[in-house]
Ligand binder design. Sequence first.
Ligand code: GLU
Length: 409
Amino acid sequence: MNAYDNAMRQLEKASQLINLDKDVLAKLSAPERVIMASLPVKMDDGSLRIFQAYRVQYNSARGPYKGGIRFHPQVDLDEVKALAFWMTIKCAVVDIPMGGGKGGVVVDPKSLSLAETERLSRAWIRAFKPVIGPEIDVPAPDVYTTPQIMAWMADEYGQLAGKPSLGVVTGKPLEYGGSKGRDVATATGGFYVLSEAIKEKDLEPKKSQVAIQGFGNAGSVMAKLLFKAGYKIVALADSKSIIYNDKGLDIDKVFEYKKNSGALSGFENSKEISKEEFFALDVDILIPAALENQISKDNADNIKAKIVLELANGPTSPEADEILYNKGILLVPDVLANAGGVTVSYFEWLQNISNNYWSEEEVDSELRERMIPSFQAILQMAKEHKTDLRTAAFMLALARIESASKIRN
Ligand code: GLU
């Protein structure tokens, strides 16, 4: 399964339904610009390694390109193109005045020392400096990239530019231009949307069983928020194993255990299950919060959850979308469910360029005010057109991109 093919099929489906202008469709069928670079990085042992890196600037009809940089061994150009396209849609879904972009480096980040990671991050900025900037293209964290990495990147850019330029990347640490609430924003946005979605399915937090795939920034923070709100998290997966306890996992203890042992495997009173078993669990809410292509025509039929909340980007294939919709499962799509991250990134960028910083309460209420109405608008649209939430989200986003595109030519 190719993520970009999936993305283009999603585009086609929604464009037909709104009769999208053919020139706009043509523009959205390919990225505006793709930049590839080879990053030379000195390893700690003195040897030199070359890393393949990308930045895809997909569409800027609504503003500067926006989107994270991923460090992962499986990064490839089609994946980055798909992710950059989804950023274009995502920013339009939550109505932030940004376009879509994405970057990546083919690297196993776990094999690098801290110093090597710093040199790689700075090398990324040196390679892409001519095409990024606070008013041009604003990267952020994604899979295996952290606030510390963003700090090195902002510092490198500032040194090259000869002036502090905090608005060049978002997701920075608080002490260096970061925004309050950015670290928990993806999960918090997902939490707000889920709180609305459960009403549609007559679920209540304290009676809902949840399975979460992924223990990165999105999945782990979501586990904490849901646990605190009384949801019962019965299954949790990191990149190595999946733990299960039908009575519910104590998430505070899971965090402690993962911190000390570096793994989920072996956590008290839990058993390990396979990925196949995970997707077939009899839970109310299933949250893919890891990578693309997890729910396909091969396992969609087994899913018993009433709600699928996509905190990951692109976890569900178009065939699986159809299967889930026909089964009456409410799938809250990535471009809405995980849009809290880029929303608070946008708030961070606003704070950086105005040099005026917001309180945690302000960030949180502004985030809420974007997530909940966006969910309601999409739900309404889906009901009106008798379609799924992803198609409805695309329809809403495409109409916004279309009007921005057309007013200019
Ligand atoms: N990587 C995140 C995403 O996929 C955040 C992007 C951003 O903050 O620009 O939405």
